[in-house]
Write a protein that binds this ligand. Structure first.
Ligand code: NI
Length: 191
């Protein structure tokens, strides 16, 4: 029998998403269980990346699986460096469901951190993987993708998100047809 994840994903407006998460002190069984539960929550969403604050846990840790066969990966106490270039990607977030915006960020980054065995990891990431890393580390700093939007995008986002909190008809749960007034396609990147 399949079992549901013990966690639900925290959504935009939840203050836990706006706080800086604390460094992980011990990589122990509790942390491994958290990682397992986060991976399950990510797959159920479905998504390709999930940071601990998104399940209400203020620890600097995220999980991801870009579907390249590497399987789910957990990164503890991640640090980003050596950002290079620019790359535009239609970025979404599991905590801001149903919405996405083309966002410009560095194309390449160098990620360091630790795995669940306490080994140091070092990954040179490009394009999509680099975007996943930047998005998830933002979550650990209490930053949501709406803060990475340009002025026009941010106005639209605020309008949609404000109306969402007032409730919207089920026929248009995202409020996009009613509010954006265009045929914009919405593609989740599920981060
Ligand atoms: Ni996200």
């Amino acid at each position: 029998m399949a079992h549901m994840s013990k966690y639900s994903i925290r959504l935009y407006g939840d203050p836990v998403l706006r706080q800086r998460a604390a460094d992980v002190q011990d990589i122990d069984g509790t942390l491994k269980q958290l990682a397992d539960d986060m991976v399950q929550t990510m797959y159920e969403a479905p998504g390709v990346g999930l940071a601990a604050p998104q399940v209400g846990v203020q620890k600097r840790m995220f999980v991801y699986d870009t579907g390249d066969g590497e399987g789910p990966v957990t990164v503890v106490n991640p640090v980003l460096a050596e950002a290079r270039g620019e790359w535009t990607f239609d970025e979404g977030c599991l905590s801001v469901p149903g919405l996405s915006w083309p966002i410009v960020r560095p194309k390449e980054v160098h990620l360091t951190g630790f795995d669940l065995d306490g080994n140091e990891i070092s990954v040179e990431a490009d394009e999509f993987l680099a975007r996943v890393f930047q998005h998830e580390v933002d979550h650990l700093d209490g930053v949501l993708l709406v803060e990475r939007l340009d002025e026009d995008q941010r106005k639209e986002a605020k309008r949609i998100l404000r109306t969402r909190t007032l409730g919207l008809p089920e026929a248009d749960p995202d409020g996009l047809r009613a509010l954006a007034g265009d045929e914009r396609s919405v593609r989740h990147s599920g981060l």
